[in-house]
Design a protein around this ligand. Structure first.
Ligand code: NAP
Length: 280
């Protein structure tokens, strides 16, 4: 296999860390975008030792701060000619309504908007690398409603799970838009559900939200198992024809009917451009 350059978010923990390890073992050059450089360096050293691959790099990027997303992309553009795989894996759920650095609701900002801006900036590299963009979504998208007229939760009471489910629905909208818009440039895009996986996900939840997470624990798999569909999408040959699709257990799966709403996905794209405009 030719030399592969992979950029991944959220590789300091859980599913992303296992994905980065597996791809490093397959000789990918792995660029980890991390919000905590100390943790990032420590995980990088661990991955180098486990994979015997020294081509692992750490770049600062807090997805809740669009300025750092743009700056991370600039670093990548100054050091790389092309990117072959971009894995938008980082995500989070927040008990209370919180804002990103630019004042946007944080679940939306971290799970969607930061990755949206990252892709916009990396487009020339992704095109040169004929890249696969892999968006880690979730079965939670089935509960998600496109609430694009009230992203700031001014007209309803904030709910952690509703905000998360909507963000994971947006991951699928984003994937389908990427496939449609950038397919002609040779870029493909895939969304996936990793399974119910025992990671640090939901660690910061409190009260009833924490209890819900705790009740799911017995049904959870290991991060290594949770990484399998991402690894498959990053490495499987001949999957271009499936661009835009949603995967579970390494196979194409159906989505909720809401996820096929083209008008809503176009609105999400337009809103995202507007929200990220200052950093484009
Ligand atoms: N676990 C599940 O059952 C499950 C199910 C469906 C979908 N997913 C999805 O899988 C993906 C990975 O989650 P996980 O389960 O592996 O959770 P995790 O162990 O909590 O890992 C989340 C990763 O995202 C990073 N991250 C969080 N906020 C960030 C920010 N503002 N900027 C940059 N990086 C940030 C974290 O960095 P730190 O190490 O600095 O915290 C960490 O590396 C998420 O998109 C999640 O929605 C998970």
């Amino acid at each position: 296999m030719p030399f592969t350059t992979t950029v991944i978010t959220g590789a300091t923990s859980g599913i992303g860390k296992e994905t980065a390890l597996a791809l490093a073992k397959k000789d990918h050059a792995v660029y980890m975008l991390v919000r905590d450089m100390v943790k990032g360096e420590s995980v990088k050293n661990e991955l180098i030792e486990l994979s015997r691959n020294k081509n692992i790099y750490v770049i600062y990027c807090d997805l809740a701060d669009l300025r750092t997303v743009r700056d991370a992309a600039l670093v990548l553009k100054s050091s790389l000619m092309s990117v072959n795989v971009l894995i938008n894996n980082a995500g989070g759920i927040f008990s209370d309504y919180e804002k990103s650095q630019q004042g946007y609701e944080k679940t939306f900002a971290v799970n969607h908007l930061g990755h949206f801006l990252l892709v916009q900036h990396l487009l020339p590299l992704l095109e040169r690398g004929q890249a696969r963009i892999i968006n880690v979504s979730s079965e939670a998208h089935r509960m998600g409603k496109p609430r694009l007229k009230d992203l700031e939760w001014k007209n309803s009471t904030y709910s952690a799970y509703a905000a998360y489910a909507a963000a994971k629905l947006y991951n699928i909208f984003f994937t389908r838009s990427l496939a449609v818009k950038y397919g002609p440039k040779g870029i493909t895009a895939f969304a996936l559900h990793p399974g119910l996986v025992s990671t640090n996900f939901g660690e910061g939840l409190t009260g009833a939200n924490k209890t819900i997470m705790w009740l799911m624990r017995p049904f959870m798999t290991t991060p290594e198992e949770g990484a399998q569909t991402t690894i498959y999408l990053a490495t499987a040959p001949r999957i271009d024809a499936k661009s835009g699709k949603y995967f579970k257990n390494m196979k194409v799966s159906n989505t909720s009917s809401k996820a096929t709403d083209d008008a809503a996905r176009n609105t999400l794209w337009d809103i995202s451009i507007e929200m990220a405009e200052l950093y484009l």
